[in-house]
Design a protein around this ligand. Structure first.
Ligand code: UD1
Ligand code: CA
Length: 453
C-alpha cells in the first residue's frame, strides 16, 4: 500500500547573503528559478501534495513554485525566525496526519527524486526522522552531522560548532523526512536557544531521540543536494548542474567536442548523433534533433532544429526559429519567429524575422527581412526553390512566389509572383572612357597648383 505524503518546501528566507533585491529561490540555475527545480523534483518523486512556505516576494515565489501534478498550498511566514519556525507555518497541512512529511529547502536546485525516495524508504522501515546528508570538501556554512556509534545524535550549525566539529565534512543537506504522525509533536518542541537565536529545524534530531525515536542519516551525492547562500555558491551550483546534464546528454549519444564550454538550459533537448561544437549557449526552450550540427559560438533560444540541419558558426536562433530537416543557417545570421524550409540555405549575414521560407530556397548573403515598421511586425513569405540575390531588403508584408528570383541589391516592396524575376534597384549605366577623362582632369589640376607655388 502506498504511503500518503506531504512535502513542505521552505522558501521564505531573507537571502541576506545573496545581497539581492530578489528572493534567493528566484535566482535561476540553468535558466529557471531554484524553487522550480525543487518543485520539479518533488513532482518526479510522485508526491502530489505540497506546502510552500513563502515570505519575501511571496507571489513571485508561489508562481515560480507551481508545477504540474502537485497541488501546492502556500503559507506565509511574516517573520524570519528560522527553519523550525518556517516549517510550523504549514502546521494546518501537517496536522492532516500524513504517513510521511518531506522537508526540502528552496535553495537546493540540483535535487532529484532519489534522495527523497531513499528517505521515505527509511520511514517505511520504521525510522522517525531521516536526515539526508552529504560529504563535501567545502563544509563551511552547513550544519554538521554528529555521529556516535553509527547513530546520528545531532546536527550542529556552523555558528554553534566547536573548532573540532567544524572539521566534520559530513553535512546536513536540509532535506529531511519525518514520520507524519509524530512530526508536529517534535516540531513544537523546537526552541531558539542558540547562537543565532533562531528556531533551528535541525534540533529535531535531538528532540526525536529524547522522545525515544529512531533517527537515521542517509547519504546523497553533493551534486544532488548542495545548497546556495551567496552568488559564489550559485555559480558553483550552476557548474555542477551543467556538468551533470552535459554528461547525461553525452551518454545518451550527443557529441560535444569541448563539453565544458557548452551551456545548457533546464529543458534543452538534444537528439542522438547531434554534434555540438565548442562555445554554444542554449537558452530555454530549445530542441535539437538527431544528426543536427551546431557549429561553434552559436546562441539558441526557443528554437527547434530538425534532423540533419546545421547552425552557425556564430549564428543566433531566437524564439520561434524553426529549421526543417537539412536546413542551413550559417555565420552571422539571426532568425526570429522564422520557419526555414527543408534544405533551405540562409548562409551568410542575414536577418530572418517573422518569415516563412519554403523548401530549398537560397537566401543570399546580407538579405534582410524588414519585419518592423516602428509599430507593428509584418510577415515575409518566401516560396520554395526561390533565389534571393545578395544584399536584398524584403519589406514586409511581402511574398515571393515559388521559384521566383530576386536580383541582388533589391528593395522588394511588392509581391513577386511565382517564377518571376524581380529587380528593385537602379539600373546600371556604363559610360565608356568616362573614368579616363575624370582622371586626366584631376592630374592636370594638381600640376597647375604645383606650378603656382
Ligand atoms: C540550513 C540548515 C543547515 C544545512 C543548510 C543546508 C538549519 C537551522 N540549518 O542552514 O543545517 O546544512 O540549511 O543548505 O535549518 N527559511 C525560511 N524561513 C526562515 C529561515 C529559512 O523559509 O525563517 C528557508 C530559506 O528560504 C531557505 C531554507 O529555509 O530556503 C534554509 O535557510 P537558510 O537560511 O539558507 O539556512 P542555512 O543557514 O543555510
Ligand atoms: Ca542555506
Amino acid at each position: 500500500m502506498s504511503r500518503s505524503c506531504l512535502a513542505v518546501i521552505l522558501a521564505a528566507g531573507d537571502s541576506t547573503r545573496m545581497k539581492s533585491s530578489m528572493s534567493k529561490v528566484l535566482h535561476p540555475v540553468a535558466g529557471r528559478p531554484m524553487i522550480a527545480h525543487v518543485m520539479a523534483a518533488i513532482a518526479s518523486t510522485g508526491v502530489s501534495e505540497a506546502a510552500l512556505v513563502v515570505g519575501r516576494d511571496a507571489e513571485a515565489v508561489a508562481r515560480a513554485g507551481a508545477v504540474e501534478g502537485v497541488s501546492v498550498e502556500t503559507f506565509l511566514q511574516t517573520e524570519r525566525l528560522g527553519t523550525g519556525h518556517a516549517v510550523l507555518m504549514a502546521k494546518q497541512a501537517i496536522a492532516r496526519s500524513y504517513d510521511d512529511v518531506l522537508i526540502a529547502y528552496g535553495d537546493v536546485p540540483l535535487v532529484t527524486s532519489a534522495p527523497f525516495a531513499a528517505a521515505r524508504e527509511k520511514l517505511a522501515q520504521g525510522a522517525d526522522v531521516v536526515v539526508i546528508g552529504f560529504r563535501t570538501e567545502k563544509p563551511t556554512g552547513y550544519g554538521r552531522l554528529l555521529v556516535e556509534n553509527d547513530e546520528l545524535i545531532a546536527i550542529r550549525e556552523e555558528k554553534d560548532a566547536t573548532e573540532e566539529e567544524r572539521k566534520i565534512t559530513w553535512c546536513n543537506s536540509g532535506l529531511m523526512a519525518i514520520d507524519g504522525r509524530k512530526a508536529l509533536s517534535f516540531l513544537e518542541k523546537i526552541n531558539n536557544h542558540n547562537a543565532k537565536g533562531e528556531y533551528y529545524l535541525t534540533d529535531i534530531v535531538e528532540i526525536a531521540r529524547a522522545a525515544g525515536g529512531r533517527v537515521v542519516a542517509v547519504d546523497a551525492p553533493e551534486t544532488e543536494v548542495a545548497g546556495c547562500n551567496n552568488r559564489a555558491e550559485l555559480a558553483f551550483l550552476e557548474k555542477l548542474w551543467q556538468e551533470r546534464r552535459r554528461h547525461e546528454l553525452m551518454v545518451s549519444g550527443v557529441t560535444m567536442i569541448a563539453p565544458e564550454t557548452v551551456f545548457l538550459s533546464y529543458d534543452t533537448k538534444i537528439g542522438q548523433d547531434a554534434l555540438i561544437e565548442p562555445n554554444v549557449v542554449f537558452g530555454p526552450g530549445v530542441a535539437v534533433e538527431t544528426g543536427a550540427v551546431i557549429h561553434a559560438f552559436s546562441h539558441l533560444e526557443g528554437a527547434h532544429v530538425s534532423a540533419g540541419a546545421t547552425v552557425g558558426p556564430f549564428a543566433r536562433l531566437r524564439p520561434g526559429a524553426d529549421l526543417s530537416a537539412g536546413a542551413k543557417v550559417g555565420n552571422f545570421c539571426e532568425v526570429k519567429n522564422g520557419k526555414i524550409g527543408e534544405g533551405a540555405k540562409v548562409n551568410h549575414l542575414t536577418y530572418i524575422g517573422d518569415a516563412v521560407i519554403g523548401a530549398h530556397a537560397n537566401i543570399g548573403a546580407g538579405t534582410i527581412t524588414c519585419n518592423y515598421d516602428g509599430v507593428n511586425k509584418h510577415e515575409t513569405r518566401i516560396g520554395a526553390n526561390t533565389f534571393i540575390g545578395s544584399n536584398s531588403a524584403l519589406v514586409a508584408p511581402v511574398s515571393i512566389g515559388d521559384g521566383a528570383y530576386v536580383a541582388s541589391g533589391s528593395v522588394i516592396t511588392e509581391n513577386v509572383p511565382a517564377d518571376a524575376l524581380a529587380f528593385g534597384r537602379a539600373r546600371q549605366e556604363v559610360k565608356l572612357e568616362r573614368a579616363k577623362v575624370i582622371r586626366e582632369r584631376a592630374l592636370a589640376f594638381k600640376a597647375a597648383k604645383k606650378a603656382t607655388k
